[in-house]
Ligand binder design. Structure first.
Ligand SMILES: Cc1cc2nc3c(=O)[nH]c(=O)nc-3n(C[C@H](O)[C@H](O)[C@H](O)COP(=O)(O)OP(=O)(O)OC[C@H]3O[C@@H](n4cnc5c(N)ncnc54)[C@H](O)[C@@H]3O)c2cc1C
Length: 349
């Protein structure tokens, strides 16, 4: 039997459809985007037209009404194909704030456009230069003046803003953003004034779990590339994978990836059942980002000097997956969350 990575599961039909689509965007496509520091416009358009980015939007607004589990499979398959879902994942989950806290009129006004891709809601601007991880100290303000909110402040590292039509408060083109008396109609307020940060926190479990799934896709890609190269590359008259020093780290990466995948699906299942999933979403992001980073290291090492050759994609994917140790939440902050919220230890900051 031919070994399949990842192991076939209940989402096989969906995976096949995504593999067909992603297969149209080959390694040369992603290398060009990377070299030009460009945006994968054609890929994002194709994904949008096929409806995948509207997976979590209810059918009454033109989406597919699927759960986080299915949405996470979309992200995983993009990264497993050798692509980078970081270019468009915001379109999938940023609308959650509007869906959960927006008025019926706001949902009717924006969600169908977001579902069709006519409107891109790809950006979430939280990080500020002087406050960093300490998001309780945000300095940007929105002050009501008559029928408008006037926004002042500064944001940094803001992804995909040049590929968004709508902007909410929180791209890998990233941007520094300055708000200087930006006026927003008061009717655009989502939910209640003063609750915005809490609404954003509500959406973070979905973001963390979807990014965990991207890391799982990356990790399987690295394991698959490493085992194929280790089988084909012959040095000292034998495939390098016959050496345990080469094979064992690949096996180790596979084990770590499979384990992280269990936590990812646990977080998805809890989220889809509307159960609390903060711990599982954070742990899934931690385990998956660690598994993908370790698999990246092993894959590069297995390829020897060729790991650094642009046309093998290994060094590109290596750079891409490293990001997830830092953003959207750094490893230390996950340790802090687990220590405080799951283990009852005193808060350290
Ligand atoms: C490519 C990219 C895309 C991004 N996209 C977005 C986006 O779309 N929207 C957005 O809002 N932000 C975005 N970010 C920002 C990202 O979320 C932050 O960089 C990240 O949260 C860390 O904040 P910081 O860079 O200010 O680091 P700092 O807060 O300065 O922290 C630096 C280091 O110190 C550690 N540290 C700080 N305080 C503590 C503590 N109390 N205990 C232990 N360790 C601590 C951190 O874990 C980190 O390792 C992006 C960043 C990058 C690089």
């Amino acid at each position: 039997m031919k070994t399949q990575i990842p192991t076939p599961d209940a989402h096989q039909d969906m995976r096949e459809a995504l593999r067909d689509l992603c297969g149209r965007f080959d390694s040369a496509y992603w290398q060009k985007v990377d070299t030009e520091r460009g945006y994968p416009e054609a890929f994002v358009d194709a994904l949008t037209e096929a409806g995948w980015l509207a997976a979590m939007i209810p059918t009454e607004y033109g989406g597919s009404g699927l759960g986080l589990t299915e949405a996470s499979v979309v992200m995983e398959e993009i990264n497993f194909s050798g692509g980078n879902a970081g270019s468009c994942h915001g379109q999938m989950y940023n609308m959650g704030t509007l869906l959960r806290h927006g008025s019926p009129a706001q949902k009717q006004q924006y969600l169908p456009g977001i579902a069709s891709g006519k409107l891109r809601l790809q950006t979430m601007a939280v990080t500020q230069p002087t406050t960093g991880t300490d998001t309780t100290q945000l300095k940007t303000t929105a002050v009501r003046k008559g029928d408008r909110y006037v926004v002042n402040g500064q944001k940094v590292w803001i992804s995909r803003i040049q590929h968004s039509d709508l902007m909410n408060m929180v791209n890998h083109e990233t941007n520094e953003v300055f708000f200087d008396n930006l006026e927003i109609p008061a009717e655009n307020l989502v939910g209640q004034e003063g609750q915005g940060f809490r609404y954003i926190l509500d959406g973070l479990n979905a973001e963390r779990t979807l990014i965990a799934a991207e890391c799982i896709g990356d990790a399987y890609w690295f394991v698959d590339r490493a085992r194929r190269y280790a089988s084909d590359r012959v040095v000292f008259n034998r495939p390098i994978g016959q050496n345990q020093g080469v094979a064992f780290p690949i096996a180790d990466s596979y084990i770590e990836t499979e384990a992280a995948n269990l936590m990812r699906f646990k977080a998805c299942a809890l989220f889809d059942a509307s159960q609390p999933c903060g711990g599982e979403a954070n742990m899934a992001k931690y385990l998956a980002a660690k598994a993908s980073w370790e698999a990246a290291n092993v894959c590069l090492q297995t390829h020897g000097g060729f790991g650094f050759a642009h046309e093998y994609d290994v060094e590109r994917k290596f750079r891409e997956t490293r990001l997830y140790q830092v953003a959207p939440i750094s490893t230390n902050l996950i340790y802090s969350y687990v220590a405080e919220h799951l283990l009852g230890l005193p808060r350290s900051f």
